[in-house]
Design a binder for this molecule. Sequence first.
Ligand SMILES: Nc1ncnc2c1ncn2[C@@H]1O[C@H](COP(=O)(O)OP(=O)(O)OP(=O)(O)O)[C@@H](O)[C@H]1O
Ligand SMILES: [Mg+2]
Length: 254
Amino acid sequence: MTPFLEVRNVSKSFGGIAALKGISFELAAGEAVALMGGNGAGKSTLVSLLSGLLRPDIGSICIEGADRVLSDPQQSREAGIETVFQNLALCPNLNAPGNLFLGRELYRGFGPFKILDRKAMEKVTVATLQDLGVNVPDMRAPTNRFSGGQRQALAFARAVRGKSKLLILDEPTAALGVEESANVVKTVQRLRKERNIAVLLITHNLEEMRSIADKAVVLRRGHHVGSVLLKETSDDEIVARITGSFGAKAGVAA
Ligand SMILES: Nc1ncnc2c1ncn2[C@@H]1O[C@H](COP(=O)(O)OP(=O)(O)OP(=O)(O)O)[C@@H](O)[C@H]1O
Ligand SMILES: [Mg+2]
């Protein structure tokens, strides 16, 4: 079967810094892969390429069997990819419903009488955030008054509202409390079951990696240094691959 996503021999440099060097991997529909690696390994750069924020210098991105040029976030969304970025990318001057419905606003009436349906959008926002167990102090306040965790929950809520086929999560729970993190994990598990959504998860948390993903792709200094099935792989091996000590003693190539 054709995989949902194929990343083929992708490289990306920033000036003299090679952030990604010849990365290739595949992601099947409904599959959940953890993208692991230390700070600066290239994970967020790869996310930016898949989300249409950056273009690869070399290599290609193939979605459902066809080469795709993702030159802006809208094109990535249209290809079925929805992303929660590490730096969140909310509009701080908009309120919670404004952010949740950005670019997909609800209207009532029709033709020249069409007006924004603020009440409906507020209702959906309250319900969506309640589902995630997140309380927002004031639905009408701009999100620059939100805490880091409230913003992260909102960014996540926005991503899972769409009809995406691939959900990319770049450290989705880094700013969340214990309960809210558990709700994010539960929601991702539910989306996989109900919508057979594929997931690309970036996390530094091995427990979260195991509760969401089936496979791990490990990056180190821009290189793809391993793809493993998680049920066959210990945490120690994952850590060793991330740090580059894997196989060093046994003489096995990573
Ligand atoms: N816009 C940019 N301009 C210049 N260098 C960049 C830029 N973005 C990333 N880099 C560099 O590319 C490399 C990979 O960065 P990236 O953000 O992809 O790492 P990461 O794996 O997401 O790390 P972290 O776990 O810290 O988020 C780093 O050396 C970083 O300094
Ligand atoms: Mg990053």
